[in-house]
Design a protein around this ligand. Structure first.
Ligand SMILES: Cc1cc2nc3c(=O)[nH]c(=O)nc-3n(C[C@H](O)[C@H](O)[C@H](O)COP(=O)(O)OP(=O)(O)OC[C@H]3O[C@@H](n4cnc5c(N)ncnc54)[C@H](O)[C@@H]3O)c2cc1C
Length: 468
């Protein structure tokens, strides 16, 4: 039996605090407790369905599932909970790019000014809904601080190493007999159609070169040849040969299936409601399907982690950045390799039988409305570079939106925190959560076993923005 007081019990979000006994009548009305056989008159603590495990992973997205996978490979008993189904958050419909070429953080000198210019245009790729939200204001302040030249340059090798190690692990996973990842190693072509775009891409490529990311500058003819001979309005581009891509939903489901085969218990439709703590330890995680007791808890709840961590008194600056993707059945006019449209800030990804365009970066909290003007702008961006792509004649498969969990400095939060001893945080991957999922999972597994992480994780410290 756990020794705790009601005041040790912490609830999430706007719900009233979850109390050890007070929550039960409410829960019993809503939940199915097969073990009780309908008996609602039992003592509260006996009625609580309880499960035990070495590690509980909160979140069944790319980060949570890869963490569970690598933890289990170390022989650890793991439970994963997700309030939806596996891969029902941001990991599902994204661009699916594994991109060492994206090693330059968004927080770069001059970005704030550009963002302000874009802010009020409903079709721009980047926007912030102005509001007096103290967390957003703090985030913007930290973003501005992270954009200073010295911090910007310090972040690049950290992101690069995560990305390169992520890519290497994808290659390794792809060789596993029981994983059919369908990893495509075709590189990534970033194209421009204005002189300003050329200037921007050239600067970016030279910067990446200084950090050992190889590339080739190519003209319009080569762009056409590389994309399958389709007509292009691009003036040229930069090709990054190391980059790869896959269907992100398929990837996460494959790894989850493999984790299950190894013995990981994955509970879907199981929402974390609160935590019970004693001193600096989480002694139980309260879910909609009962309590789970774990030696270590991994927070991999993507953009929703902030709220859950807040209930533990941990304040990590993170904003959800909404993006859209639109997936069509693939036609002959679609590029045959992944392409980034530089000025439009969208990416085109050929998948097995489908073709996806993804983009926009909107800081408007958890605004779940599908904004048609933005979606149309994302789709239209394709024809400005590849005029023979005709979205109106292509079969729509899915319009999707996701919330990228964005830290102000572009680095994820991976590690333990001073406030709660048995908590490992793994979130804040922003626009690189697929690329960095395997390496993040591997780091989490070393933290749980107190082994040496494969990389220096000092810069990823979840407490890095906390005031001493
Ligand atoms: C348009 C777009 C394009 C992108 N393209 C790329 C790309 O090409 N390459 C790349 O590397 N990255 C890309 N990204 C970023 C990537 O999608 C994210 O960084 C990544 O999916 C984050 O993974 P995650 O596991 O942290 O979060 P998620 O996938 O969101 O998983 C979090 C999970 O936690 C669960 N959860 C939340 N609250 C609770 C709770 N209380 N209890 C239980 N479970 C809970 C959710 O249901 C969810 O399943 C893109 C993102 C967008 C929006």
């Amino acid at each position: 039996m756990l020794a705790m007081t009601v005041s040790d019990t912490i609830g999430i979000g706007r719900r009233p605090p979850v109390t050890g006994a007070g929550i039960l009548p409410d829960l019993l009305d809503r939940l199915d407790f097969p073990a009780l056989n309908g008996r609602k008159d039992m003592e509260p603590e006996k009625m609580r369905r309880r499960q035990e495990t070495d590690v509980l992973v909160i979140g069944g997205g790319a980060i949570g599932i890869c963490s569970a996978y690598y933890l289990r490979r170390k022989g650890i008993d793991v439970v994963v909970v997700d309030r939806g189904s596996v891969c029902s958050g941001c990991s599902a419909g994204n661009g699916g790019l594994i991109v060492p070429s994206y090693s330059i953080p968004l927080a770069s000198p001059g970005k704030i000014l550009k963002g302000l210019k874009w802010m009020f245009n409903p079709e721009s790729p980047f926007s912030i809904k102005p509001r007096l939200d103290p967390e957003l204001i703090r985030w913007m302040h930290l973003f501005q601080r992270s954009s200073r030249t010295s911090r910007f340059y310090a972040a690049i090798p950290v992101i690069r190493d995560l990305n390169l190690n992520g890519l290497a692990l994808f290659e390794e996973l792809n060789r596993e007999a029981d994983l059919d990842l369908r990893l495509a190693q075709q590189g990534f072509l970033s194209v421009f159609n204005t002189p300003r775009g050329l200037d921007e891409i050239r600067k970016e490529a030279l910067l990446l070169q200084a950090f050992d990311i190889p590339f080739d500058i190519v003209g319009a003819d080569v762009v056409r040849d590389m994309t399958g001979g389709i007509r292009t309005m691009a003036g040229g581009g930069v090709f990054f040969p190391m980059d790869a891509h896959l269907d992100p939903r398929h990837f996460v489901l494959q790894v989850a299936a493999s984790a299950r085969r190894m013995g990981v218990r994955i509970h879907e439709s199981t929402e974390v409601m609160g935590f019970r703590t004693v001193g600096k330890r989480i002694v139980a995680v309260e879910t909609t399907r009962g309590d789970i007791v774990a030696r270590n808890v991994v927070m991999a709840g993507g953009s929703w982690s902030t709220r859950m961590l807040g209930s533990l008194g941990i304040r990590i600056p993170m904003q959800p950045a909404k993006g859209y993707s639109v997936t069509f059945t693939r036609t002959k006019t679609c590029p045959t390799i992944p392409v980034g449209l530089l000025e439009a800030k969208t990416v085109l990804t050929p998948l097995e039988e489908t073709f996806r365009v993804a983009g926009t970066f909107t800081f408007a909290g958890f605004d779940a409305v599908y904004r048609q003007r933005r979606i149309k702008a994302v789709v239209r961006s394709m024809t400005a570079y590849f005029p023979d792509i005709d979205p109106s004649s292509m079969n729509l498969v899915e319009i999707w939106q996701g919330f990228r969990p964005c830290s102000p400095d572009g680095l994820p939060y991976i590690g333990r925190t001073a406030r709660v001893e048995n908590l490992i945080i793994a979130t804040g991957h922003g626009m690189l959560g697929i690329t960095q999922a395997p390496i993040s999972g591997k780091i989490v597994s070393t933290l749980a076993t107190e082994d040496r992480p494969p990389l220096d994780i000092g810069p990823l410290n979840p407490d890095r923005f906390s005031r001493p």
